[in-house]
Design a binder for this molecule. Sequence first.
Ligand code: XMP
Ligand code: MG
Length: 184
Amino acid sequence: MEKSMMDQDILKVLYTEEEIAQRIREMGRQMYEDLKDKEPLFVSVLRGAFIFMADIVRACQVRCDVEFIAVSSYGNATSTSGAVQITHDIQQDISGRHLVVIEDILDSGNTLHFLKQYFLTKGAASVTICTLLDKPSRRTKAIHADYVGFEVPDEFVVGYGLDYAQKYRNLPYIGVLKPEVYTK
Ligand code: XMP
Ligand code: MG
């Protein structure tokens, strides 16, 4: 396919569309075995996880429902501010439910550490964490992901839901942006 305007901003591709699809099929099969008797509630963290959510719930054919939560994030910078704020909350009572939080990337751990405590405080029976990407080298909070798609190096990645300044989310693959894109 011809290179798009967005493709030209990408330094290298980390995971192709096919590699992502293959990994999600594997994760979905494993999650199905673990969750099939739990009627889980999948909660996607907006906006980065919206594409992963759509794919993982179809790869994991359990009886479930879905919710979305939005938290404050990076703004236009490529490093985190630390504070987490809910800007859109889930719309139902979660007491006694088995939650599966669907996240695009686990970085410092601030977001998922906060959300896990938040959902447990609201009475969730369990909170399982499923992240497509994990950047363990940047972790500052003790948080463990139950399902991880890929471990990534400490580079700023975009595509497949992940953005830089709200752009590139619709790239079908995951790639590293050319430094000149975010320094200009
Ligand atoms: P924390 O630090 O709370 O970060 O674990 C989780 C959130 O930070 C964003 N994030 C990224 N977004 N490329 C992105 O597009 C990255 O390399 C990256 N690293 C962290 C992301 O929104 C995630 O939900
Ligand atoms: Mg995110």
